[in-house]
Design a protein. Sequence first.
Length: 582
Amino acid sequence: MTMTADMKQRLSTIEDGETDVLIIGAGINGAGLFRDLSAQGINCVIVDKADFGSGTSAAPSRLIHGGLKYLETGEFGLVSQSTLERNLLLKNAPHCVEALPTFIPVFSWTRGIWAALRTLFGSKTAPRSRGAVLIKIGLALYDFFGSRDCTMPRHRFILKGRARREMPHVTSAIVAGGIYYDAKISRPERLVYELISDGLQTNQRSFATNFSTLISSDGRIVIFKQADGSEFSVSPKIVVNAAGPWIDNVNEALGAPSRLIGGTKGSHILLDHPELVRSLNGHMIYFEADDGRICLVYSYLGLALVGSTDIPSNDPDGVRCEEPELQYFLDSLRSLLPTLRFDRDQIVYSYSGIRPLPASDSTAPGLISRDHSAPVNEPAGDRLFPIISLVGGKWTTFRGFAEEIADTVLSRLGRSRAVSTRYLAIGGGREFPVDSKQRQGWVDKTARATATDPARVDELLGRYGTTAAAIVKFESRYSDAERLEGAPDYSRKEIDWIARQELVVHLSDIVLRRTTLAIEGRLTMKALRAIADVAHQALGWDADRTATEIADVVTVLRDFHGQALTDDAASKRGSTAYPAAS
């Protein structure tokens, strides 16, 4: 890891004294808590064994949603909190969170009422075939719970004729359709990093490091090994275990064995399917597959994102989208949209992650609560610090969850809250223009000040939010006109800024998390080599290290994302590492 002088100074300060809070795990929950505590003046250390946001937090449906289906299980408090947090994220992270109109196909008028009532009162089997009456009631309740800080329209219910005009490829078996609003996030991995960055900017005594492995703990000091082999130690007053699916492993290493996690695997695929994307007209279709599982499809960065599965699993390190899941997605789409073609050669990317859900005896994984909890292991024996484990939760509610835990931590430290995060903008969302007129003004002003083409400034604003200003002002050895071979929408200057400014350790950090190059289908071998060339200059890699980094990215994309890179973007599209259907 190439550490800046500022980060070296922060680390030296930490090793010389006692740290208020150590957070282990830099996914969305850990990163949200790091930002919140740092804003309160708490000196905080966050450590992850891989990159920031590289585990479960990189594998969501990329939705910011209230959880319509949680109404069935009577989790009204979770729906209320989730819809509020959705509305706040639309305001606090407008550079990567936007409203998403959602269509629900309805296949009957009254079916599913008794099954839904059984589920509401505790049945462990999921309801099937939700009819119009249930969906109409659910959407009305959803609007009610989501009314706080809401800026989106209320739902509407339409009959078959109009529904098929709006969604022309949906099966003729429907009787009606509902349209309501949730939101989607274009760059969840970047948002995790931006929370880390915000925390570091807010508090000079806080420290963040990735690719640092927990080595040992004697109950007073916790020791980590960094990517370069060096070790550092932290003496925390409080430890927060935010390791997601790895929570039980971390507690074991800290001397506090637990059995808190009963995760399920969620997989997704992305299709290069222009006809489908056009027909969606900016909508998501939220539908029930033939087996009763809720699925979804919507346009994401020009591709069609399809998800998700919900399969019990305890292998977070080896998780990937498997062959039966691929077939399940294609079959579900064929049933829903029978006039469109769906084949294996349209799949350009896949991803999968383990939801860190609480251990449960539910026979239906979809009924395991997505609410969160924070059990505490108080100091015991030689262990002087308490351990707060962050269990469950969902992407959308990270800020509220962080606020709850931060208040608990502040109370234990005898401190009080100094700053509310409720309306605190995140990263590139700060001072983001709120309408087209303000956006044009921001673009024109930045373009004039930096002698940059306004269209390019607007492109970077859409990609990085107001952080785009720092990128265009950055004094690089490259000009913005030097574009990546094989990915001309990205410049070498842009990649140079990311490599030098955003705590990058590996090439995969750039292509999988600081940017969306891999997932949006823009990454070719030519582009990967060009990015590696920039990174090796910025980070001081030698030729062997650069070659290893390239090989590692190729392997990860092939083995975990079904993507086989070539030198030509056109031939890469639709050419994945998946075998043909038998």
